[in-house]
Write a protein that binds this ligand. Structure first.
Ligand SMILES: Nc1ncnc2c1ncn2[C@@H]1O[C@H](COP(=O)(O)OP(=O)(O)OP(=O)(O)O)[C@@H](O)[C@H]1O
Ligand code: SF4
Ligand SMILES: [Mg+2]
Length: 418
């Protein structure tokens, strides 16, 4: 992967605002700003990990770039073609190239269909006749994802969670896609099988030359699979960097907080007291996100400028883009001119997140605007999946949960090992 090559996917200013309607006349009274201005690229053959707390817009972003949702604003280019507002027929050829693996292997497979008909559905939808026939190809795909090809006539309930996710993967790969968006593909699975499914995705990427956008709740899950990682907060990317830079010197306070919750897999470093940053409160409501920097209500470094001026996402180190007025470990970093108009305070963190001697846990202040799950529940489910979506795919939007995910250890890291 090289940033000098043409991106497979380029996203510019991407937005999705779900309208909130009330009353008899269903007047729009507001909007859930689930995705509110994303800029990123995905290069051929790479895995872009996307992390962030529950409700920050990861799934919405995944459904926008696979065009299961219509964007409110911005641009999505796939292989140089603008696909932002393509209709069903315009998207048909593209459905072969862009596929999605869903979080819930139980809800995303139709229980009344056999595995054979689930995995062969993409061929039927696209009118494709593979060499040797559909059945032979489906059995080959089942073998490819580690399932018994003889189980062609079985139903989803006869499989375990991990096996069901393999069925979902086989379906996603049926048409030899170029880009696969995997939305939390292992978070509904038992810890013991998470690593198996992640390794399978890894092997398939190498074998089939796939490009992944891999969505996860926390950084430990994407650690082993991602080349670059985008950290999202309340509908925006706050940091985007290659894996090494992000893990070794995160620059955004939110990334640092997420990082502090990642378990240390190296046994030699076990027992070393690690820095813990406990984020208090929930992610604020995306209906009325905080002014200025959206993270200011929970950020321990926030100053006046953070409350009024939104920090742009700028490349502060080669390959490391950060949206923060007071980035971490930024000594010696030249701040681009766009940043010079605002007051900048460069602070070096007391210890890097991986440093052995850690400061006392940092507690962020209470958020000013706690998330309102009720408010989002009352919103109109305006954008049902478009007809190009696989017939079995049923996924409902999830309401925001608490912010505890930052301190929740993710088991995959341990399971996968270093
Ligand atoms: N169809 C919809 N209508 C209204 N609001 C929605 C819809 N889909 C998502 N939302 C809201 O948009 C916000 C982002 O949701 P999204 O599912 O993208 O978050 P997420 O980061 O994937 O969360 P999780 O980690 O829980 O899966 C949430 O506040 C959610 O309630
Ligand atoms: S801009 Fe300010 S509030 Fe936002 S992350 Fe940076 S220091 Fe914290
Ligand atoms: Mg999600």
């Amino acid at each position: 992967m090289s940033e000098t090559m043409e991106p497979l996917l380029k996203v510019t200013g991407l937005q999705k605002h779900f309208p909130i309607r009330k009353g008899l006349l269903q007047r729009q009274t507001g909007a859930v700003k689930a995705v509110d201005g994303l800029d990123f690229e995905v290069y051929p053959g790479e895995t872009l990990g996307v992390v962030g707390e529950s409700g920050c817009g990861k799934s919405t972003m995944g459904r926008l770039i696979t065009r299961l949702l219509e964007p409110t604003g911005g641009k999505i280019e796939f292989q140089g073609t603008d696909i932002s507002h393509l209709g069903v027929s315009g998207m048909r050829p593209l459905r072969r190239d862009v596929q999605m693996i869903f979080q819930d292997p139980y809800g995303s497979l139709n229980p009344r269909h056999t595995v054979g008909s689930i995995v062969s559905a993409p061929f039927k939808l696209q009118g494709v006749e593979p060499e040797g026939g559909v059945k032979k190809e489906v059995q080959r795909l089942l073998g490819l994802v580690g399932l018994n090809p003889e189980h062609y006539n079985r139903y989803p309930h006869e499989f375990s969670g991990g096996q069901r996710q393999r069925i979902g993967i086989a379906r996603a790969l049926a048409l030899k896609p170029k880009l696969v968006v995997a939305d939390e593909p292992v978070s509904a699975l038992d810890v013991s099988i998470q690593a198996q499914v992640v390794n399978l995705l890894d092997d398939l990427q190498e074998e089939l030359g796939l490009t992944y956008v891999f969505i996860a709740h926390d950084l430990s899950v994407v650690r082993h699979v991602s080349d670059r990682i985008a950290v999202m907060y309340l509908g925006k990317i706050v940091e985007l960097a290659d894996r090494k830079s992000l893990y070794e010197s995160p620059m955004h306070p939110y990334t640092r907080a997420l990082m502090s919750a990642v378990p240390i897999p190296d046994p030699r470093r076990k027992g070393v007291k690690g820095e813990r940053i406990l984020l208090k409160g929930d992610v604020p409501s995306p209906i009325a996100p905080p002014s200025g920097c959206r993270f200011h209500t929970r950020c321990w470094k926030a100053t006046e400028v953070c409350k009024t001026q939104e920090p742009p996402l700028l490349e502060l180190r080669p390959g490391q883009r950060v949206a923060c007025h007071h980035p971490e470990d930024a000594e010696g970093v030249t701040i681009p001119s766009a940043r010079e108009s605002v007051e900048v305070t460069i602070t070096k963190s007391p210890e890097s997140p991986k440093a052995p001697e850690a400061p006392e846990p940092v507690e962020a202040p209470e958020p000013e605007a706690p998330a309102s799950a009720e408010a989002t529940e009352s919103t109109e489910q305006a954008d049902a999946p478009k007809s190009g979506e696989p017939a079995e795919a049923t996924e409902s939007p999830e309401a925001p949960e608490g912010a505890e995910s930052v301190s929740k250890p993710a088991a995959k890291d341990d399971a996968a090992g270093e």
